[in-house]
Design a protein around this ligand. Sequence first.
Ligand code: FDA
Length: 415
Amino acid sequence: MQQWDVIIIGAGAAGLMCAIEAGKRGRKVLVLDNGKRVGRKILMSGGGRCNFTNMYTSPENFLSQNKHFCKSALSRYTQWDFLALVQKHNVPYHEKTLGQLFCDDSAKDIVQMLMTEAKAAGVQIATQQHIQHVIQASTSSGTGTENENETETNGKADYKAGYIVKTPELSRHCHSLVVASGGLSLPNLGATAFGFQLAEQFGLNVLPLRAALVPVTWQPADKAIFEEISGVSLPVTVEANGTVFPEDMLFTHRGLSGPAILQISSYWQPGDDITVNMSPQTDISEFLTTQQQAHPEQELKTALSKLLPKRLVEKLLEMQVITNQPLKALNNKSMQNIANSLHGYIFKPNGTEGYRTAEVTIGGVDTNELSSKTMAAKQHDNLYFIGEVVDVTGWLGGYNFQWAWASGWVAGQYC
Ligand code: FDA
């Protein structure tokens, strides 16, 4: 049986960072991945340019049942630490917007940087590995345990602590096992439920999972109306369950997308409304009053088309959210009514596009089961969970990678 100090399952952002740090400590590290290539989500992230961190990262940018859990890792390996690594490797980057840092050229630069660091740290990586099961080698009975690593010493059983990872070809023993197999989004990119199942196998609680940072879909009645304006986008604020995001919203054939909708999807639950302010910068009632004074004969749709995309205004007329008429026909109350409907337009999504297009998975390994200092399971020696498999989910904008780097870095100091 092969012997390793550390086996890491998942050669994504968190797994590679953890491997580098453990390797630097002189640990003999093997990373196992089911895919042909490492870092596949990194490669396709940020439209191929990888939004690798966010300058304004703070614990407030994360969802978790325990909002305090992420604080330790995020404060010990910060966005500035990752940026220093990027700079050390001369990877060209820029701030796109709102503190979001992207590669100038390609996400390949980030994967290359991690591979260079991993090589320097002596990390071994094996791809296309089909892990059949994992068993604990340290005890002789109980769920998820086996005594096959038991050796006879002077007639006495010597139980070697650790884990055995089995693939069809090999059994490998390790002292520390790190689970970095990510979430469920993009199953065609190799996402599996492996990490969640492994957590359950070892008796750890896994919180309910759902797709997040994901477009929402139309109810049939809305689809019939709005699919015709697919491609229209506008700056809005969106609100669900008391959380508000200001960003762009995009109408698509299937529903609503764009950064504002992806952000709010993490806070939206089936059955909830999403309230859209279609003109967050300009008070529509005041705007119409001014327009009325300047151009009393002007039609309402012409005036509103100065604020909103024309195709959207036409749809609102068709749906009788507004009625076209000369501005001079509007009184204060009717102007206020128009403003109210456009500042607080309510959509009731049918659902989301699900893991097929979601960027992340909300929920996962309950943080109550883990040490925030080490990312180790409290009830099992030398078993670690890092990255997206853990119930810590970032906003859109580089936060999810920062969590992957930080949690991977932390585990790498101890595993
Ligand atoms: P990650 O998913 O990166 O890695 C897990 C690895 O485990 C994968 O290589 C997988 O193949 C492997 N694996 C899974 N099951 C296995 C098994 N059974 N056996 C062996 N290996 C297994 N975030 C951000 O901050 N900025 C961005 O720009 C983007 N953009 C983006 C775009 C798209 C399209 C998606 C889907 C996601 C993003 N994200 C993002 C989110 C980000 O990609 C995600 O949060 C991190 O990759 C999570 O890192 P992990 O290492 O935890 O998992």
